[in-house]
Design a protein around this ligand. Structure first.
Ligand code: PNS
Length: 214
């Protein structure tokens, strides 16, 4: 096979001249195609959502996103239409605490269009999680609408770990309200806050413990 000189880099090859005895011969050297780990380009991404409350699925996605983006902004929607269980302030405090270990992750709140917020923080990508096929249709609609509104903003879908594929904030709220076990589904701090919010007896109990300690 004849290889032309100009196509060598594209093929991951380069020329190398070596002396074999008295003869000088040309050999081809292959380069490794392995890319270094880390972000391919320096991109800031936003991870918008309600996070009412943050779940282990959200945190799994935040961790994955923090590995591929230079900066990840977890953006809590201040949605006046919904009656949330946790106030925006409470959700922000929980997320700030839970993401403090990721140095390139910060938490913010926004209202209005996601694309406008992305432009405000100079984000080039929107991160969203897809748990199962059922998420796909809604997520596709949103991604395409966001692309229509701002063509240069890419939506990046990532899959959370499979043990979180059935997990949603709505189900966590429902199970917690009805007294079910939510351990392993949300971080411990969220579990405590949920219990404190939904079960006045728990609140009283923890207050007594605290008072007892003093
Ligand atoms: O966690 P959620 O509730 O699934 O998040 C949905 C969210 C916040 C990403 C979506 O409702 C949103 O982007 N809202 C902001 C308003 C907006 O931009 N609407 C058009 C989306 S195509």
């Amino acid at each position: 096979m004849r290889i032309n000189e100009s196509s060598l880099p594209r093929l991951g090859l380069s020329r190398m001249t070596v002396d074999v005895g008295k003869q000088r011969v040309v050999r081809l050297r292959t380069h490794s195609f392995r890319l270094p780990r880390g972000s391919l380009r320096k991109v800031t991404a936003i991870y918008p959502g309600s996070f009412d409350p943050p779940t282990n699925g959200h945190l799994d996605l935040i961790e994955r996103g923090s590995h591929i983006f230079e900066e990840l902004v977890v953006a809590i929607l201040r949605n006046a239409d919904k009656t949330p269980l946790f106030s925006v302030g409470e959700r922000r405090t929980m997320l700030e605490y839970l993401t403090a270990k990721f140095k390139n992750v910060r938490v913010d709140t926004f209202d209005g269009l996601t694309v406008d917020y992305a432009a405000k923080v100079k984000a080039g990508a929107v991160l969203r999680g897809i748990r199962a096929l059922s998420d796909y249709e809604y997520e596709l609609q949103m991604a395409l609408m966001n692309r229509k509104l701002r063509p240069d903003l890419e939506t990046v879908f990532m899959m959370p770990a499979e043990q979180y594929s059935y997990l949603s904030s709505r189900l966590v709220r429902e199970v917690a309200r009805l007294g079910g076990d939510i351990s392993g589904l949300v971080p411990e701090i969220v579990e405590q806050r949920l219990k404190a919010k939904l079960d006045p007896a728990y609140k009283l109990q923890t207050r007594k413990v605290k008072v007892g300690k003093v």
